[in-house]
Design a protein around this ligand. Structure first.
Ligand code: TXA
Ligand code: MG
Length: 323
């Protein structure tokens, strides 16, 4: 469990039972989802959930999402679930949407930091779904990275960050979406956006037939969403493509560029211009830039696409001043 612990077991689909047994025993199991890898523990076991915060170095008050196998989990782990919450679950689960509802039974205090609400999500990944069905319970899980750092999109990333701090990593290949789920709070008073992510607000509004309120400003609606987050070791500057095109940084290796076009530079990475393609490659590229020893990273965002909001949110947080 601590940083001197033995390396986590790397398991694939054939050894799913081992991962299920580990969850039941109160161990930490990192698992693939379509967004990013999660760091899972039995949501009903407060001691197991507490280990997540230790492994990540995450402050205890920050609530965790509970992953469930299907929509029936809304009534099992939620309470006073609104009609909108059921509609959104029907439309988008399995998928990258987390719905905050009243907290039901089987969710330990440690998961929600004592709050009366809980975030639920059915991940759209065959191995995650098989794990959740086999476990037959809720799995609390934040992204499987050290607190504040870049989320992992491969099993290798998880081992790099947390290998000596957790018990099991289930390898399900690279994450398809590449940025975290959209988080909405859905009460009888309406639907509020707390974090943009893999499902766009436009898609959500199309299902609801009315507008979603932006709940990101004002009092900290989604606790733990600090200004600086999703950050690589290099300092990040989010810049305009035209500005960047006019720069000549010289051949200094310590400056890097990530952009949706080629840039004449020693350390530069090109991502697709459409936001979905950009999102799928972003976190792995931030990690590559760190591995290349870049100190200062200039990033140009994607051009268009429904995932633009989510990608820009992460880039703004990666470029925010660090505590
Ligand atoms: O795609 C994802 O959502 C990934 C995968 C693993 O499912 N998970 C993830 O978890 O991004 P995490 O812990 O890195 O971010 C979850 C966020 C927290 O920052 C917290 O603010 C918010 O969800 N959250 C969880 N429960 C909440 C609640 N009851 N009320 C308000 N916000 C909540
Ligand atoms: Mg996270």
């Amino acid at each position: 469990m601590d940083s001197d612990g033995v390396m986590a077991q790397l398991l694939s689909v054939e050894d799913l039972d081992v991962a299920v047994v580990a969850l039941k025993a109160g161990d930490l199991v990192a698992f693939p989802t379509e967004t990013v890898y999660g760091l899972g523990a039995d949501a009903s076991n407060g001691e197991a959930v507490a280990k997540i915060f230790t492994a990540k170095g995450r402050p205890a008050g920050h609530p965790l999402i509970v992953h469930i196998a299907g929509s029936e989990g809304l009534s099992r782990f939620g309470r006073d679930v609104s009609g909108d919450a059921f509609r959104l679950a029907d439309a988008f689960w399995p998928g990258p949407l987390t719905i905050i509802v009243g907290r039901g039974d089987g969710v330990a205090d440690e998961v929600t930091g004592g709050r009366s609400t809980v975030g639920l999500r059915v991940p759209d990944h065959p191995l995650a779904l098989a794990l959740l069905k086999g476990f037959d319970g809720g799995v609390a899980g934040p992204s499987a990275n050290r607190f504040g750092a870049v989320s992992p999109t491969t099993a290798r990333h998880v081992l790099d960050d947390l290998g000596h701090r957790i018990d099991v990593v289930l390898d399900g290949g690279p994450a398809r979406v590449g940025v975290e789920s959209t988080i909405v709070e859905a009460t009888d008073d309406g639907v509020r956006l707390l974090r943009p992510g893999g499902i766009s607000v436009v898609e959500i509004e199309a299902v609801l037939g009315r507008s979603v309120v932006d709940g990101r400003e004002g009092e900290s609606r989604a606790p733990g969403m600090l200004v600086s987050h999703y950050a690589p070791a290099a300092t990040v500057e989010l810049v305009d493509g035209a500005w960047l095109g006019a720069q000549t940084f010289g051949a200094t290796q310590s400056v890097g560029v990530i952009a949706p076009f080629d840039h004449e530079h020693g350390a530069s990475w090109r991502l697709p211009a459409d936001a979905a393609g950009y999102a799928a490659g972003l976190y792995a590229t931030l990690r590559e830039a760190d591995r290349a020893g870049v100190d200062r990273l200039f990033i140009v965002g994607p051009d268009d696409g429904p995932l633009c909001d989510a990608v820009l949110d992460r880039l703004v947080k990666a470029s925010a001043p660090r505590p």
